[in-house]
Design a protein around this ligand. Structure first.
Ligand code: ATP
Ligand code: MG
Length: 594
């Protein structure tokens, strides 16, 4: 048996022994990166360094990173995809390349001193090549030299073995993935087949060797990076000889708690409930509350979906009861859980109570639809056929009240009424396409593509932070920040509305500092020294031992990863467009630069 804690320690220790420095897990909510709603991999918070900025801890890094992947929501319920998971990762920022990266992965996986996995159960995928980039023969050679037989190495196209760029342009490259035969009973097939789910993908080494330019060309990068990601849950299952992640210590207590409350749910439903509750706890712990936009909307959807599936198996007012087990598993490792346990649990209960009322309304609606045979109004098709609820209506119930299709079907079948599933799926597909297009939109306008404007807004954010303290007093503290190419958004602690005069004073002070043409300088120093010197740090953020501090003239001093303009004159004219409350004691300012 190996525990989660031991696995993480082994990974960090191994890479430390290879000259890597440990960096903390970043928040699930990306700061100053409008390209994504959540941190989906360990590389996200490292983007500026992958683009060439120097990291204060050097060019070999390692960590375990909290991740949320909402794109995997349809996979959730299988044995190895979760919305929240932990990713182990090691990085080379322009340092080692394919040979060393693969050799280190192989040593960690198979050496008795480390994971001690059976080399005969490993399968490998490599990039097959296309018109833009060559076949990854280099990785193949390294794998062969390590004794992986040819029939266990498969070449796959871009859809499978290529990463990036995050926006339209930027670093990207092929990857090589490590799979493991997890089935205990059956003899291992000689040939490796990545599409056979008994081979599980555990680890991915991405080789960022190209820069995709505006005109769609792939140019070799000067700084070549290695970026790897290994799932804690999958690896833990493999190491303990378990065929599904839900039997590991990071899931089992949650599953058992649900099953104790009710024994009527299918395996898939119980997993979905557990998954969504765990993800919700971590999202709330990083400062998000349920709402109708952005991360808050995703959070609300997760909580509601868990509630609906719970109701389905006869559970009511259960979310916070189940959530307790999430704390038991993780609270010693994540202080943001321990510190906020009470608030998180009461927020979950509150959201459930609110949603219960919505559900009551929805149930009435569904009964009405079922009860009345009025084809045009209630979506039932003609009487000559067997009465049927249209897919459009079922989708509406899903969207407005969070009713899963299964639930509508179950209820309708009781009255001998069918549901047009095909149409429901068409509606769902249309909707998903729309939201995918919308999120592709977010990607397009991201930091990678529109860097100049976002960088100006970023430096303006630092000036604003300091100007607020100068005008309102030293008790003002930054609570959050987010930048899109259109505007900056800054949350801070303050107990009342700002007067028009105060807003003007803040705006004037920022513009004065811009006009003064102050130089922006970066210095890498020990975290302790940075904090002692009074540098601003974002509340609740975790920082490595050595941090970058950005100085703007003598005016502002802030721990930050950058990037920033070189001189404040580059920012342009600063304008506050909105000031509002977002919670008790927390204000929000939105501003632009022209
Ligand atoms: P898959 O094809 O199985 O969805 P992936 O190619 O999306 O995996 P990567 O983006 O390469 O995965 O992420 C690196 C590692 O993180 C994976 O090898 C896996 O161990 C883990 N991982 C990825 N997605 C999930 C998830 N939804 N739940 C749990 N672990 C995951
Ligand atoms: Mg995936």
């Amino acid at each position: 048996m190996i525990t989660r804690k031991e696995l993480i320690k082994k990974y960090l220790d191994f890479f430390k022994s290879k000259g890597h420095k440990v960096i903390p897990s970043a928040s699930l909510i990306p700061s100053n990166d409008p390209t994504v709603l959540f941190t989906t991999a360990g590389m996200h918070p490292l983007t500026p360094y992958l683009l060439g900025q120097k990291h204060p801890l050097g060019n070999r890094l390692v960590n375990v990173q909290k991740c949320i992947r909402t794109t995997d929501i349809n996979e959730v319920g299988d044995s190895y995809h979760h919305t929240f998971f932990e990713m182990l990762g090691n990085w080379s920022l322009g340092d080692y390349w394919k040979k060393e990266a693969i050799e280190m992965s192989f040593e960690f996986l198979t050496s008795k001193k480390w994971l001690g996995l059976d080399k005969n159960k490993i399968g490998i995928t490599c990039f097959a090549g296309n018109k833009d980039a060559e076949k990854d023969e280099e990785s193949l050679k390294v794998w062969l030299s390590l004794g992986i037989p040819k029939e266990r190495i498969v070449f796959l196209p871009k859809e499978d073995n290529w990463w990036g760029p995050a926006g339209n342009t930027g670093p990207c490259g092929p990857d090589t993935e490590m799979f493991y035969w997890k089935d205990k009973e059956i003899e291992i097939p000689k040939k490796f087949n990545p599409k056979d789910e008994r081979w599980i993908e555990m680890w991915n080494n991405v080789f960022m060797q190209y820069n995709k330019t505006e005109n769609g060309k792939f140019i070799p990068l000067k700084q070549k990076n290695v970026d790897t990601g290994m799932g804690v849950e999958r690896t833990l299952a493999v190491l303990n000889g378990l065929t599904n992640n839900y039997e590991t210590e990071v899931w089992k207590p949650i599953i058992e708690r649900i099953e104790k409350l009710s024994s009527t749910g299918s395996e898939r439903i119980v997993r979905i409930i557990a998954d969504h509750i765990k993800a919700s706890v971590f999202i709330i712990a990083d400062g998000i509350t349920p709402s109708n936009t952005g991360q808050g909307y995703i959070l609300r959807r997760l909580i509601r979906r868990a509630i609906r599936y719970g109701n389905f198996m006869g559970l009511k007012n259960f979310i916070s009861k189940v959530a307790k087990s999430v704390f038991e598993i993780y609270e010693n490792n994540y202080s943001e859980l321990k510190k906020n346990e009470k608030e998180i649990l009461s927020l979950l209960s509150g959201e459930e109570e609110k949603f219960n009322k919505t559900i009551e309304q929805g149930e009435k609606e569904l009964k009405k639809i079922i009860g009345e045979i009025k084809p045009s109004v209630f979506g039932l098709k003609g009487k000559d056929k067997k009465p049927e609820i249209s897919g459009k209506i079922a989708f509406l119930l899903y969207q407005s009240y969070g009713f899963p299709l299964d639930f509508v079907k179950e209820t309708a079948h009781r009255y001998n009424i069918n549901v047009d599933e095909k149409e429901f799926n068409q509606e769902l597909f249309k909707h998903q396409e729309l939201s995918r297009t919308a999120s592709a939109g977010i990607f397009k306008s991201g930091l990678a593509d529109n860097s100049e404007k976002t960088i100006r807004l970023h430096t303006a954010t630092h000036l604003l932070n300091e100007a607020l303290r100068a005008v309102l007093g030293p008790e003002v503290k930054q609570k959050g920040s987010n930048i899109t190419p259109e505007r900056l958004r800054f949350d801070f602690s303050f107990s009342r509305k700002l007067t028009d005069n105060e807003i003007k004073q803040v705006e004037d002070l920022v513009n004065k500092k811009i006009k003064q043409g102050l130089e922006v300088k970066k210095q890498d120093i020990k975290l302790k020294d940075a904090l002692n010197s009074g540098a601003q740090a974002e509340f609740g953020s975790k920082y490595p031992e050595i941090v970058s501090v950005y100085f703007i003239g003598g005016f502002s001093k802030e721990i930050c990863t950058g990037p920033h303009v070189k001189n404040t004159r580059e920012i342009g004219k600063f304008k506050i467009i909105k000031e509002e409350a977002i919670a008790t004691g927390i204000r929000r300012i939105k501003a632009t630069v022209e």
